[in-house]
Ligand binder design. Structure first.
Ligand code: ZN
Ligand code: ZN
Length: 136
């Protein structure tokens, strides 16, 4: 089982989850690619499911009408995507790379595969959704 703790590269931002995550996904959209340098690999956490330490170091950019993307102001590590507004207001998609132990998470699905850079393709069988399939 995966752990419930994680941190950025420098350790200024840390978190504790109410529950260990069991699955994660990858987003190949253009914004996530530029933000992370590759694909954003993340697990979902409800708004009340995580406690942060070092929040003063969290930098946020309102990157679209419905969400913000964040990073550590000290080391630049990608932290999370967070929904702003609507029925899922406050929900997090946290970077899986921050977890102290992500050893047995299930790689559940990939999204925005139509904008994926081909050389980033991941091995294995899982649902791979295009932008229109996701919204449809
Ligand atoms: Zn940091
Ligand atoms: Zn994305």
């Amino acid at each position: 089982m995966a752990g419930t703790t994680g941190q950025c590269m420098c350790g200024a931002v840390r978190f504790t989850l109410a529950e260990p995550p069991v699955r994660f996904g990858a987003c190949h959209c253009e914004m996530c690619r530029r933000w992370t340098g590759s694909a954003f690999m993340d697990f979902d956490v409800p708004a009340t499911g995580v406690t942060w330490q070092g929040e003063a170091q969290i930098r946020a950019l309102q990157s679209s009408e419905k969400a913000e993307r964040t990073w550590c102001g000290r080391c630049g590590s990608t932290l999370y995507y967070r929904v702003r507004g609507g029925p899922h207001d406050g929900a997090y998609s946290i970077s899986v790379g921050l977890l102290d132990d992500a050893s047995d998470l299930d790689f559940e699905r990939e999204i925005f595969v139509d904008t994926m850079t081909g050389c980033f393709a991941y091995a294995g069988d899982r649902p791979r959704l295009t932008e229109s399939e996701l919204k449809g």
